[in-house]
Ligand binder design. Structure first.
Ligand SMILES: C[S@@+](CC[C@H](N)C(=O)[O-])C[C@H]1O[C@@H](n2cnc3c(N)ncnc32)[C@H](O)[C@@H]1O
Length: 214
């Protein structure tokens, strides 16, 4: 994301946050438990919605301008730790995290399949991926528009792709879908509106986890 896009990210998103995203973030984040990893945390739009019961929330944000804004939103003395790691170079141990949070990130990573594979591995068996992503439209006319706009949009908006099939990529990475909802993001530009949100699980169970650690 270029410097200007990062600077205007919050005001650009405000109408959309108010129309639907804030409510969706609140519903999704209420499911976060234990040790949490949020990748590409941006300016910290999810921070107010973490339940008080979480043990630790590692917020990674590689972009310097966004990370400074994120640090400003993180309350002192809370469970939050801010890091500059990219998904590609995550140093977290395999099977060490209870919840991974990914909101509006798969659109802009260079290799979504590789990223999801890495996130799958850092989750404990039975751990959950909370996701919210804008995706390719199922309507042929809108999909065509997304394909036309995408080359220019990617350059202006930090490699943000409009035609990603993120539901398929999540399944291919080995996750089991607990639930998924497809809904239009009201107040977004028409080519960004198609979205998915939900929770997917790394197969396995918490008891399997406990046996490994005992
Ligand atoms: C559209 S913003 C979304 C920010 C925030 N998650 C939200 O919901 O508002 C996309 C974010 O993904 C981050 N990102 C892009 N590629 C990444 C990568 N390879 N590793 C980690 N974060 C990445 C960007 O720095 C940016 O913060």
């Amino acid at each position: 994301m270029n410097w200007l896009a990062a600077k205007i990210y919050d005001p650009f998103m405000e109408g959309l946050e108010e129309a639907c995203l804030r409510q969706w973030r609140g519903e999704l984040l209420s499911e976060a438990v234990g040790r949490v990893l949020e990748v590409g945390a941006g300016t910290g739009a999810n921070v107010p919605f973490y339940p008080e019961t979480v043990e630790e929330v590692v917020l990674t944000e590689p972009h310097g301008v966004l990370r400074e804004k994120l640090k400003g939103k993180v309350p002192e003395g809370g469970p939050f730790v801010v890091s500059e790691e990219r998904i590609e170079t995550l140093a977290m141990e395999e099977g060490s995290v209870d919840t991974v949070v990914l909101t509006l990130v798969l659109c802009s990573v260079a290799d979504p399949a590789g990223a999801l594979g890495r996130l799958f591995r850092v989750l404990k068996p039975g751990g959950r991926l909370i996701f919210l992503e804008h995706v390719a439209s199922e309507r042929p006319g809108r999909h065509r528009v997304q394909r036309w706009v995408e080359p220019v949009w990617k350059v202006c908006a930090g490699n943000c792709h409009l035609t990603r099939q993120s539901e398929e990529r999540i399944g291919e990475a080995g996750f089991e879908m607990e639930w998924i909802k497809r809904e239009s993001m009201r107040k977004a530009l028409p080519f960004i509106r198609p979205s998915i949100r939900g929770i997917a699980r790394r197969p396995g169970s918490v008891s399997e986890n406990n046996q490994k650690s005992s």
